[in-house]
Design a protein around this ligand. Sequence first.
Ligand SMILES: Cc1cc2nc3c(=O)[nH]c(=O)nc-3n(C[C@H](O)[C@H](O)[C@H](O)COP(=O)(O)OP(=O)(O)OC[C@H]3O[C@@H](n4cnc5c(N)ncnc54)[C@H](O)[C@@H]3O)c2cc1C
Length: 398
Amino acid sequence: MTDGARPAPASSWSADAVLPDDLLERFRARAAGHDREGSFPHDDLAELRERGYLTLFVPEDDGGAGLGLEQVAALQSRLATAAPATALAVGMHLVWTGCAAVLRARGDRSLDLVLADAAAGEVFAFGVSEPGNDLVLQDSTTRAEPTGDGGWRFTGTKTATSLSPVWTRLGVFGRDDTDPAAPQLVHGFVHREQPGWSSLGDWDTIGMRATESHSTRLDGVEVPASRIVRRLPVGPSGDLLVFAVFAVFETLVAAVYRGVARRAVELAVDSAAGRTSLRTGALLSQDPVVRWRVADARMAVDGIEPQVDAVARDVDGLVDHGADWPPLLVGLKTRVTETARAIVDQAVGVVGGGSFRASSELGRLQRDVLASRFHPSSTDSAHATIAARLLGPLDEHR
Ligand SMILES: Cc1cc2nc3c(=O)[nH]c(=O)nc-3n(C[C@H](O)[C@H](O)[C@H](O)COP(=O)(O)OP(=O)(O)OC[C@H]3O[C@@H](n4cnc5c(N)ncnc54)[C@H](O)[C@@H]3O)c2cc1C
């Protein structure tokens, strides 16, 4: 850290300094209560905000830390070792600010309003997912209608809006069918104080409870021209915004579950070192099966650690993987999250029945890690993406 609690500039940065151990211990101590109550971690967010966490991606000249995706992913993994739901929720703000930074690094300043707002203390949520929309960014069930003065009016439902109680800016998109021959997808940012939207208060889940990801109903909420950032044709798009959303989203989601996996191994080690077997009288850490399980889990963590870093580093380094980017990104998210689920499961095998108690930290990680399969890209769509890259598109006349 440099002055006060602000993060150090990118050049002299370290994850441990931005998120010191004592801070993480406080987060971890509070996480159980937020999970039990399904309450939003306002206390965590306040401490993160104070430390400049909401401006990690904002360039130094604009008052932020100017960090890259690799550094922010490292922070998100570290935060998730203490409070996965806090990390996932604040991650949605980081997705938008990270997109803006990715665009800026490529000479596109169309999301600079996001960086300026984040520097001013605004909190961004990600209003993208819609009920039954398995085309994700390629189409929308939300209606977008021109207001006649350059803005658009949005009507529809967005599912799972993390940060529901606290966002002040909501990134949304919808479909404008004004010209039926050329429908377009319109992206913009809603301000919280505007009329025309409501939070449905329906987030009652078995994991990631503290994200308070309630559905958001848009009832003709208006976004003025100044906050419309894209108009894209319906369907697959090579637009930089779409790349940026995918690159930052998939990497930061993977980073959260990397942190969950790391913590599961720590809990397995602690448990093995602290319990004895009635059968042998020895510590479980002397049991060959337990030793194998712990080693296997750690081996798997060691495998996913550099994968997140490598993809993030390529995004930061402006590496052009061309048509291989989508397979790389969906593959990263799928591999890391599925491995994290297996690691948590292996830890459960070590810790045993205590991890089935609602109050158990590993019990919470078991539930939290299940959420990973519902974030895009799903495992099935990731395989379809990679197969299409290798084998060409499916023959529609088959
Ligand atoms: C912890 C967590 C946090 C998330 N945070 C965000 C976020 O901040 N922003 C964001 O954009 N997304 C977020 N998501 C949503 C995620 O990205 C997925 O889009 C979402 O989980 C939907 O997954 P799905 O496609 O399997 O579900 P779907 O099948 O699309 O189901 C989603 C919901 O819609 C209902 N539904 C499904 N089909 C229909 C239909 N035809 N008509 C009516 N209702 C239907 C389902 O019952 C379900 O309640 C989050 C998800 C999780 C698990």
